[in-house]
Design a protein around this ligand. Structure first.
Ligand code: BJW
Ligand code: ZN
Length: 253
């Protein structure tokens, strides 16, 4: 793969890099994205019946069972070369902020630290009433399959239902995390936007803020992306292929 020399120089000389990731970065680990035409979760499941506070209120067993099945799937997979390249990039540039929309823990397992999880985590459920964190046992009591209902556990503190620790449609994002992501985007000189459709707000503002603050924005995606101008680039391909090659070209050649 050939990279533009200007782009390589900008990456090599960047003072602060933001990496903004979406479901596509975990696709090569076998985790489904949301909006890919045939394989995306939202082509098989209705988000309004699974990813809203009202859905959990209406049918907690359906929602808890679905998230447990997804959590189990993540526990059974491993980070891919895309996650590893991002962890490696953090060692090659003066400052890197990793902002993810993903609810898996594959960035951390690849070695990234201080990851800003804008949409929460599958691995940090909490009480739906008092917000007390709930510690999941390492081994699930049953092996939940997609579509199998499962009663949510009860909060040890107040007895209310435990809910997945993710951000559903219509819910606010964690304030401090969003603030940190926006301020990193405003400060960075280069942002890599990896494997996201960029349609979900306010997360999608992160690359917009970087671009309007004068940073170079590089999209890494197998699908064509609409580009705004000279400061926006597209590297077409899978994250697990493009990112390791980009690092090699920028830092090892
Ligand atoms: C590869 C690849 C490979 C494939 N390598 N790439 C402004 C306008 C309109 C609506 C709104 C607005 N502001 C807010 C809203 C409402 C809503 C929203 O944005 N809706 C839009 C969808 C229209 N936002 C919210 O509700 C947010 N809250 C909020 O705004 O609060 C204030 C408020 C309160 C009350 C009323 C209104 C507002 C919360 C959003 C929470 C999103 N939650 C989810 C689910 C998390 C839990 C779970 O996992 O179940 O987060 S939705 C889902 O989308 C998930 C993701 O994080 C998020 C983004 O998806 P992502 O990561 O981009 O995945 P895909 O599938 O879309 O894209 C994958 C990409 O990868 C594709 O481009 C592929 O080509 C690519 N790819 N393989 C690299 N190998
Ligand atoms: Zn509670």
């Amino acid at each position: 793969m050939q990279f533009d020399q200007t782009l390589l120089t900008r990456l090599r000389e960047a003072r602060h890099v933001v990496v903004f990731t979406g479901a596509g970065v975990s696709a090569e680990s076998g985790i489904a994205t949301f909006r890919d035409a045939l394989s995306g979760l939202w082509s098989r499941f209705d988000p309004m019946q699974l990813a809203t506070p009202e859905a959990f209120e209406d049918d907690p067993e359906l929602v808890w069972g679905w998230y447990e099945a997804r959590r189990m799937q993540v526990l059974g997979t491993s980070p891919n070369p895309g996650h590893s390249a991002i962890a490696e990039l953090a060692k090659r540039v003066p400052r890197l902020t990793l902002v993810t929309q993903n609810v898996d823990d594959l960035h951390e397992r690849a070695g990234s630290v201080d990851v800003l999880h804008l949409h929460g985590s599958l691995h940090q459920p909490r009480c739906s009433l008092c917000a007390e964190p709930f510690r999941m046992s390492a081994e699930p009591p049953t092996e939940p399959a997609e579509g199998r209902r499962l009663a949510p556990p009860r909060c040890e503190h107040c007895g209310a239902k435990v809910r997945p620790g993710v951000v559903w449609f219509g819910e606010s994002l964690p304030f401090d995390t969003l603030e940190a992501a926006f301020s990193a985007a405003a400060d960075c000189d280069l942002l890599l936007s990896v494997g996201t459709s960029g349609v979900v707000y306010p997360a999608a503002q992160v690359p917009e803020i970087a671009l309007s603050s004068g940073a170079t924005v590089v999209h890494i995606n197998p699908q064509p992306q609409a580009l705004g101008g000279g400061n926006e680039w597209l590297l077409t391909g899978a994250a697990g292929k493009v990112l390791p090659l980009l690092l090699q070209a920028a830092f090892d050649e």
